[in-house]
Design a protein around this ligand. Structure first.
Ligand SMILES: NC(=O)c1ccc[n+]([C@@H]2O[C@H](COP(=O)([O-])OP(=O)(O)OC[C@H]3O[C@@H](n4cnc5c(N)ncnc54)[C@H](OP(=O)(O)O)[C@@H]3O)[C@@H](O)[C@H]2O)c1
Length: 294
């Protein structure tokens, strides 16, 4: 008699495709039109200074554009200098205020200098979006993961958020107010086979968010996170290609049956950063399109 073993070597679609760890391209499954029709007051963030880590592409870029479109001065980083300069120039060309400064969130000195450069330029930080992140490089089980991959992903995703808050918070404490939004993931809320480095790093982001939220709530600083599922960004496209899955397959894992647009996630970030969420503290907001509802 043969017993069918669980197929743990072949990552399930569900395991691969969400959590920012996967996918390919199918524009029909993306909701650009719906996202673009959302109307918000154009000056909701007028006069606000918004610092964003990892805004050279994807969710961070969409978030930078969205804040700038509603009146904020955006100060953002990433490692790809030419791309960062292009994103900033295109925001300015559209009438927004944006500055790119190269910084690697794995390096404490660079994070400190990035935060201080924002304060030098704008005098303060009202909102910080700690978004920079990378995916798990390989879809394998825990015993096949390498310490190098674990450390690389943790250093960017978890230590990067820690370092950003370490230097942002003192500047917010000086003014007795601020909002911090950390990009976690659906992978921070559930176990996800084959992506241990990413999954564990995002649990750390959710944990850091709760700890910081408790520590600074009485000082007027609100700290929250959001949990996207499958979002149409370069990360998801890379992952889909690497794991040989399509957007159509990924979409089936989500109640909304589609891939979410980066612009929709930007709206969630803006909600958590705005006074509309003044009673929300230490939360990891489900922005998956229903995955965590089940
Ligand atoms: N797409 C999804 O389905 C999904 C789902 C859940 C969560 N997320 C999370 O959303 C966040 C944004 O990802 P994305 O999907 O928008 O992917 P993306 O397009 O690859 O964007 C990642 C951003 O992070 C920056 N970054 C990476 N490593 C960095 C470092 N060491 N220092 C500074 N910046 C760094 C990248 O800039 P440079 O390359 O220029 O450094 C880029 O701007 C990540 O935290 C990701 O885990 C994504």
């Amino acid at each position: 008699m043969t017993t069918r073993k669980p197929d743990l070597h072949t990552p399930s679609r569900r395991a691969l495709l969400t959590a920012g760890a996967t996918a390919a391209a199918a524009t029909a499954l993306t909701p650009g039109a719906a996202a673009r029709t959302l109307q918000q007051p154009r000056d909701r963030f007028a006069g606000k200074v918004v610092l964003i880590t990892g805004a050279t592409s994807g969710i961070g870029e969409a978030t930078a554009r969205a804040f700038a479109a509603e009146g904020a001065a955006v100060f953002f980083c990433g490692r790809r200098e030419a791309l960062g300069d292009r994103v900033a120039a295109s925001i300015r060309a559209a009438g927004g205020r944006a500055t790119f400064r190269r910084a690697d969130v794995r390096e404490e000195g660079q994070v400190r200098d990035f935060v201080e450069a924002c304060v030098r330029r704008h005098g303060r930080i009202d909102i910080a979006v700690n978004n920079a992140g990378i995916e798990s490089p390989r879809a394998v089980r825990v015993h096949e993961q390498t310490l190098a991959d674990m450390e690389a992903v943790w250093r960017t995703n978890a230590a990067g958020v820690f370092l950003a808050m370490k230097y942002e918070v003192p500047r917010m404490l000086e003014r007795g107010r601020g909002a911090i939004v950390n990009t976690a993931s659906v992978s921070a809320e559930v176990g996800w086979a084959t992506i241990a480095p990413y999954n564990a790093s995002k649990h750390a982001v959710a944990s850091l968010t709760k700890v910081a939220a408790l520590e600074y709530a009485a000082d007027g600083i609100r700290v929250n996170a959001l949990a996207p599922g499958a979002v149409d960004t370069p990360m998801l496209r890379r992952a889909a290609e690497a794991f040989g899955v399509t957007y159509e397959q990924i979409a089936q894992d989500y109640p909304v049956k589609r891939i979410v647009a980066a612009e929709e996630i930007a709206r969630v970030v803006m909600f958590l950063a705005s006074d509309d969420s003044s009673a929300v503290v230490g939360h990891d907001l489900d922005a998956t399109g229903g995955y965590l509802a089940g």
